[in-house]
Design a binder for this molecule. Structure first.
Ligand SMILES: Cc1cc2nc3c(=O)[nH]c(=O)nc-3n(C[C@H](O)[C@H](O)[C@H](O)COP(=O)(O)O)c2cc1C
Length: 192
């Protein structure tokens, strides 16, 4: 797991869909508040749809990078060399769009309460990233702001909110993640 790094440059080497589906099954085995499993996954592999998502994402990213980003945030992003262009949204063979269900809907159309939705979906995404990584498959946790455009494109129900887009594929041969420092154990662990 210590070898895992976010990938922003993907090869077009195909990945069989059942491999991805198995990893999503692992994600869906994660613990969740009162076992409500408040998540939905949309697997996007269609080229035209990926192109559309890239176009819409770049529209909001352009506004983010020119108007919304604070100086402090920009400084923090600098080592990552990111900008408004998101070619990986078309390069990668799959985009796994993870939705958080704010509440469930039963067979009669009644609302069902979900508990600890953010925590539960976050853990499931952790499982998903780990499962893919164990197979040598790279991921990028991608969160354009705002993300509402995707719910519209993917025609998701009103109880769902996009949690993240997980960009999935093998890293390009020359992919080199930025040099980043991770905190040492003594900076983050208190043993009592
Ligand atoms: C919740 C979350 C949102 C993120 N959003 C983005 C994003 O929108 N674009 C991006 O390039 N990276 C994004 N990242 C990736 C982080 O920049 C990356 O995890 C961090 O720099 C550490 O690098 P590493 O994953 O290689 O260890 C996100 C990561 C997390 C956990």
């Amino acid at each position: 797991m210590k070898q895992r790094r976010s990938v922003r440059s993907f090869s077009n080497k195909p990945i069989p869909q059942p491999v991805i589906e198995n990893c999503i099954k692992i994600a869906a085995s994660a613990p969740s508040g009162a076992n409500m499993q408040p998540w939905s996954f949309v697997l996007v592999k269609n080229k035209n749809l990926k192109k559309k998502i890239r176009e819409e994402a770049e529209k909001v990213e352009k506004i983010f990078y020119t108007k919304m980003v604070t100086k402090e945030w920009r400084n923090k992003l600098e080592p990552l060399s990111t900008n408004f262009r998101k070619p990986f949204l078309e390069e990668a063979p799959y985009l796994i769009c993870v939705f958080a269900q704010r509440y469930g809907i039963d067979s009669k159309g009644n609302k069902v309460k979900h508990y600890y939705v953010n925590e539960s979906v976050g853990i499931a995404v952790g499982f998903l990233i780990s499962a893919l990584h164990q197979l040598g498959i790279g991921t990028l946790t991608y969160t354009p702001a705002p993300m509402t455009f995707l719910s519209k494109i993917l025609k998701r129900p009103v109880n769902e909110r996009l949690y993240i887009i997980l960009v999935v594929g093998y890293p390009k041969k020359n992919n080199k993640p930025p040099r980043l420092k991770k905190k040492k154990l003594d900076e983050l662990l208190t043993t009592l």
